[in-house]
Design a protein around this ligand. Structure first.
Ligand SMILES: [Mg+2]
Length: 230
């Protein structure tokens, strides 16, 4: 079986800015400011890395930033729930995501899971809002490590426990929408399918040397061919 490690934002789900809005509300409550939240590049970063980056840019020390983490995550979850509720019915999966997930779930060659910068509980809320709750048996999250590159081995451990067999990151495929997903795959010896449903164009993604780039995941047979390639 091969691990398929899906990113969430920009890859599976368009949360319509709910995450950013919620994080801004949480940071205002806990730190009293959001740093340069409008110009900051969120995509591809873990939630803790986003908060740290925003506050460092505003001159905060790492100790003061970390001191607010716990309160931030609980404020964030509450705000995210509310932001998703406000977008009720509009938060969607990108084209082709549903049929692709159905195909890989029904295919014994694949073990589909998550590698995402979202806090685990935030990931559940976003997936739930897009109708994808409880679709993944394992994952690694921003709540496991602030550094995205640390996440695939954590996902592998959890997959081994969930499926009761061993896996190889060298045979895994990361599916993501940013240069950070591509770098994360390379750092872990995994293959990577990039998709331009997030902020980056096919051309921009191609410059980072993914194994394949798709505009979206709607051509299921073509995507499956890439995912099964040796
Ligand atoms: Mg993403």
């Amino acid at each position: 079986m091969r691990l398929l490690l899906f990113d969430i934002d920009g890859t599976l789900v368009d949360a319509l800015g709910a995450g950013k809005a919620a994080l801004g509300r949480a940071m205002l409550r806990v730190y009293g400011e959001t740093g340069p939240i409008e110009s900051f590049e969120f995509h591809g970063k873990t939630d803790p890395a986003i908060v740290r980056g925003l506050l460092r840019a505003a001159g905060w020390s790492d100790a003061d930033i970390e001191g607010g983490f716990e309160a931030t995550w609980s404020a964030y979850l509450e705000a995210l729930d509310d932001e998703l509720e406000q977008r009720d019915g509009s938060v969607k999966t990108f084209p082709g995501v549903e049929p692709l997930l159905r195909a890989v779930e029904a295919d014994a060659r694949f073990a589909p899971g998550l590698v995402t910068g979202n806090m685990e509980s935030g990931a559940s809320l976003k997936l739930g809002a897009a109708g994808l709750d409880r679709r993944f048996r394992y994952g690694a999250f921003g709540s496991d490590s602030e550094t995205r590159d640390d996440l695939p081995p954590i996902a592998l451990d959890r997959a081994e426990r969930a499926y009761g067999q061993s896996f190889d990151l060298g045979a895994a495929v990361i599916v993501g929408d940013t240069p950070d997903d591509i770098r994360c795959a390379r750092a872990n010896g995994a293959r990577v399918l990039a998709v331009s449903t997030g902020r980056h164009t096919v051309q921009e993604l191609r410059e980072h040397g993914p194994d394949a780039v798709f505009e979206n995941l709607s051509d299921t047979p073509d995507v499956l061919r890439m995912l099964t390639d040796e």
